[in-house]
Design a protein around this ligand. Sequence first.
Ligand SMILES: Cc1cc2nc3c(=O)[nH]c(=O)nc-3n(C[C@H](O)[C@H](O)[C@H](O)COP(=O)(O)OP(=O)(O)OC[C@H]3O[C@@H](n4cnc5c(N)ncnc54)[C@H](O)[C@@H]3O)c2cc1C
Length: 425
Amino acid sequence: MDYCLREIEGKQAHDPLFMSSYSTVWLHGPLIVGAGPSGLAVAACLKQKTIPTLILERSNCIASLWQLKTYDRLRLHLPKQFCELPFAPFPSHFPTYPSKQQFVDYLERYAERFGIRPKFNETVKHAEFDQNLGFWRVRSVDKAENATVYMCRWLIVATGENAEAAVPDIQGVGDFGRPIRHTSLYKSGEEFREKKVLVVGCGNSGMEVCLDLCNHNATPSLVVRDTVHVLPREMLGKSTFGLSMWLLKWLPIRLVDAFLLMVSWLMLGDTARFGLDRPRLGPLELKNMSGKTPVLDVGTLAKIKGGDIKVRPGIKRLKRHTVEFVDGRTENYDAIILATGYKSNVPYWLKEEDMFSKQDGYPRKPFPNGWKGKNGLYAVGFTKKGLLGASMDAKRIAEDIEQCWEAEANHTSAFARSHLPQPNS
Ligand SMILES: Cc1cc2nc3c(=O)[nH]c(=O)nc-3n(C[C@H](O)[C@H](O)[C@H](O)COP(=O)(O)OP(=O)(O)OC[C@H]3O[C@@H](n4cnc5c(N)ncnc54)[C@H](O)[C@@H]3O)c2cc1C
């Protein structure tokens, strides 16, 4: 193990943080938490600079969000050129919007190419900077609840914006008596054939799940509580995302927004007529200010227009097999799918408050400055700018660590030599 300086077994019952036995591993290089695309990207960038890393991943595979928690029909929402990780364009034979299996294959090959071998089934439960030692002390547990404490000079948080399902409090949830499932557990409309299903949340996932349900002869309704920007995925023969990026090089954001809204109106009509009111701010300005992503329509709107998908307002409460909406209407449903998004889990395990907000688990500094904290702490993939943002973070972090790598590595070796029993001593 090139990342390991020294491993010592220890029983430290007097240590209030770790009451049971655990092993300690001193790392030469950075520790990365999370083996999603962000973790892999930063490991690859560091590998290019010959800096060894260790990735701890709580599940049993890389890209667990994509492999274990997404629906079958998922494709990248953005064209492949905007989803590349550093040093690795997508194969030219891949379609513009690769399927989830193609994306996973791409990531598997990426990990293989850079010799990235995460330690799986290791959940990081606690990380804290030890001021006295000048090292991060990171405790993880495996499936059998065996604990390991990793001591490292650099800690890179790559646990993602989608680490845990965000589930809203809905009154009467225990009374409904039929399946209520978050989209992270939804695979396909097949199991809902002929069923009446309520989908809560009108982001990209909620809209696409509705379409999937329609395609499997289910009868979906969509809860739309807030305003939402729905844009065609392509306009004028180009991807809407690519076109927006290009226009932003020349025009101010408000003008680009006005253009996007005008073309959307021409292509989709007035979405408010179908219950989808648009926010006051334009799609790009809103994304910049709040992180709220516009929906890129892949066919759901036509189903809404055609009446195959009904739009409903917010839920007031659930009763047995029944949903009462805020407008007073009640309807029976066979199942509810919560397309209510995800949240960061950083506040649960990282004991640090300068860099990450305790409220939402995101870096306090907005893009592009949220990647670096104090004492060798970094964040990759918290930009609300998808894989493109993660790649930018990864490159910056690797460059930053490289600058102090040699000096710090010598410091670590000297520290380990003077504090730890040496093999032949
Ligand atoms: C349905 C869907 C479609 C999307 N489509 C696109 C798209 O087309 N283009 C785009 O740019 N972005 C897209 N995104 C955004 C998405 O966030 C990124 O694609 C990408 O998965 C982010 O990578 P990540 O590594 O930051 O996070 P993740 O992929 O979530 O990876 C984080 C990893 O950290 C692990 N982890 C979490 N906590 C711990 C812990 N305590 N200990 C150890 N391991 C831990 C998790 O198990 C996970 O494997 C999409 C997101 C969703 C949900």
